[in-house]
Design a protein around this ligand. Structure first.
Ligand SMILES: CC(=O)SCCNC(=O)CCNC(=O)[C@H](O)C(C)(C)COP(=O)(O)OP(=O)(O)OC[C@H]1O[C@@H](n2cnc3c(N)ncnc32)[C@H](O)[C@@H]1OP(=O)(O)O
Ligand SMILES: O=C([O-])CC(=O)C(=O)O
Length: 375
């Protein structure tokens, strides 16, 4: 532990900050459930749209409800001209999470939430529009093209890959994106969700809550870790190189991004799932270097520090195998987590009290102002 680090209460760890009916994290040591369903079960037997519906509306949809929901989301993929003009003005070297933040905020100007009765409509719109926002900006700023964001893809994951690459994805890539979106959808009182709930507790609007949450997710200790993990593994030549690089970092006491967790103690249940898909992608790609060095990192971190991969680590290789540029990794997280954020905003609103904790004062004792001439 670093010297002088105050642990008691630091980061509000271990303290309950409210109630939720949306998910459990680490309750049995490592599990993750959304509204009572194990995330593994959902990853194997449901699609992201079903999971989003579950999180936002409380139950898994019937086939008729799912068809209607997907048709609705599909109809909300287009972007207003004014938003496209704003996106076109954002420079290519901007971090895409800043584009997401601006895109969400601008949509809030154009399609404001005038009443909480509109909260579900606003949420569905954000869910449908986020892939369009990030890909419209990316393709315009990097390739100089103005894409049509209204694809006919059945699902959000495939829609994202289609917009990004200009062609419909393979079945395998569409499946992996779908599972990835399921894994990232919801996670109790994590930092970005808590941000959204604090904002909601002031009775602010949905776009403000989500814009704030995007800002919190951006940091490398939270969602930004999937990009940082990619930067870590990208130049590792093989397993031996991976071990050397990591040992050096551990000796320097660097944080290793994509490892550890604030709540899970032994494993993050999302890791085994995305790791398996990363292995399949490696085999399909015919180049398994990134997968192999990732496995070597996982083994070394457990051996040396008893630290395990969190959801972000194997997402790095998985996304890379699908030709997704590293800087778009965290925006994909946004495209998924908006479901959890919005559901928490709605839950907060349904039983609200402004979130306003206290602080222990550690500053100077009370004193008098000395007139400026005497200071
Ligand atoms: C989707 C997500 O947001 S998952 C999280 C993504 N973030 C990352 O991958 C960033 C890397 N990981 C971390 O920084 C941390 O593990 C966090 C932020 C996720 C959790 O932080 P905390 O709850 O403070 O971690 P925890 O209390 O378990 O840390 C225990 C010790 O292990 C160390 N540790 C934890 N994670 C790591 C890591 N990835 N690399 C090196 N050391 C680590 C801590 O520094 C701490 O050491 P100390 O007691 O000497 O200070
Ligand atoms: O719960 C956390 O602290 C971070 C996390 O894994 C997530 O938000 O998915």
């Amino acid at each position: 532990m670093s010297e002088g680090k105050k642990l008691s209460g630091a980061g509000l760890r271990g303290q309950s900050a409210g109630e939720t009916a949306l998910s459990t994290v680490g309750v049995s040591g490592s599990g993750l459930t959304y509204r009572g369903y194990d995330v593994k079960d959902l990853g194997e037997n449901a699609t992201f749209e079903e999971v989003a519906y579950l999180i936002l509306y409380g139950e898994l949809p019937t086939q008729a409800q799912l068809d209607a929901y997907k048709a609705k989301l599909k109809g909300l993929r287009g972007l207003p001209q004014a938003l496209k003009e704003v996106l076109e003005r954002i420079p290519a070297d901007t971090h895409p999470m800043d584009v997401m933040r601006t895109g969400c905020s601008m949509l809030g100007n154009l399609e404001a939430e005038h009443s909480f009765a509109d909260q579900s409509e606003i949420t569905d719109r954000l869910l449908a529009a986020f892939p369009s926002i990030i890909c419209y900006w990316y393709r315009f700023s990097h390739d100089g093209v103005r894409i049509d964001t209204e694809t006919d893809d059945d699902q959000i994951g495939a829609h994202f890959l289609h917009l990004l690459h200009g062609k419909a994805p393979s079945e395998l890539h569409a499946k992996v994106m779908d599972v990835s979106l399921i894994l990232y959808a919801e996670h109790e009182f994590n930092a970005s969700t808590f941000t959204a709930r604090v904002c909601a507790s002031t009775l602010s609007d949905m776009h403000s809550c989500v814009t704030g949450a995007i800002g919190s997710l951006r940091g490398p200790l939270h969602g930004g870790a999937n990009e940082a993990a990619m930067e870590l593994i990208q130049d590792m030549k093989d397993e031996a190189d991976a071990r050397d690089i990591l040992m050096g970092k551990l000796e320097r006491k660097d944080k290793i991004m994509g490892f550890g967790h604030a709540i899970y103690r032994d494993s993050d249940p999302r890791n085994a799932i995305i790791k398996e898909w990363s292995e399949k992608l490696a085999a399909a790609n015919g180049d398994d270097r990134l997968y192999r060095v990732s496995v070597a990192c996982e083994a070394l971190m457990w051996e040396q520090k008893k630290l395990f991969c969190n959801a972000d680590f194997f997402h790095a290789s998985a996304y890379h195998y699908m030709d997704i540029p590293t800087k778009l990794f965290t925006p994909i997280f946004v495209c998924s987590r908006v479901t959890g954020w919005a559901a928490h905003v709605m839950e907060q609103r349904s039983n609200n009290r402004i979130i306003r904790p206290s602080a222990d004062y550690v500053g100077v004792a009370p004193r008098k102002v000395v007139p400026i001439a005497n200071r």
